[in-house]
Ligand binder design. Sequence first.
Ligand code: TK8
Length: 338
Amino acid sequence: MKKLINALAVALAFTGTAGAFHAVHAADYKPRIIRFGYGLAEDSNQGRAVKHFADDLSKRTGGKLKARGFASASLGSDTQMQNALIGGAQEMTVVSTATLVGIVKDFGVYDLPFLFANEKEADAVLDGPFGQKLAAKLQDKGLVGLVYWENGFRNLTNTKRPVAKLEDLQGIKLRVMQNPVYIDMFNSFGANAVPLPFSELFTALETKTVDGQENPVNTIQSSKFYEVQKYLSLTKHVYSPWIVLASKKWWDGLSADEKKAIQEAAVSSRDFERKDSREAAVKAVDFLKEKGMQVTVVSDAELARMREKAKPAFDKFAADGGAEVIKDLQAAIAVVRK
Ligand code: TK8
């Protein structure tokens, strides 16, 4: 190493040109600690992907940029972390896009039920112009949207009864994300929708403040909801994205090299996370059965009824300023389906 430095010093002394200087230009990385908060357990698809991001970023920057993961909402719920990022008190987070509606209303569009037919469609739309344009709307609000991760298709759990059809949901107190589309949708299904932050969900289920909830099977596993929930219905009613965010206040103070390294590590984490989540989801249903959950596969005919019932939620979102973004999303999906 010393030899190399000497050789470079000699080369520089001899040439002294800007060109030679450029050849030894070290990337501009300052030692930084990045607090990266997230809602799920460390041992979850979210936790594994945060770790992947941290390792990847450290490798790219010779250990200068260190992301430190804070699991289980220890830095706050999704919405609290969003506000901490806006204020500059926290550098990064990953949250459900559904919890961003208080900041950019259009994010509610992803929550309309039965939009994406499969993960491939979701990836193409989220990574393509539609997803990018929507993420860019966060900039004015103090957030930088880096990449989308997969939370996954959401399924229902509860303690009351197996849910095989709409009528079975009648009167079930169901925790939903703090988002009007979810509230309207589940109320229209006959449930009693109770908006709560995810960080309060396990306790709410345990104390029977609510009877049920809905989340992807990976989360039902990693958050141990099987300990407090008996019935699982495979409804796949919404494909739910997560979005990785940086504080704009903090981001604006980074060098171009630092931004580039973070962006590249974020893309790497996205590819890792989607693959990892999909592999885990294949095994999760069997795991949940082994833990004693009773699994109901909801028929296509019933899912079509649910879709029909959710129409008022669609219409309300459209009437509330969402018509344009629904149209754009449907057009983007149509392009992928061609
Ligand atoms: C974790 C949440 C979670 C989401 C929810 O912080 O709230 O139900 O699905 O993944 O973002």
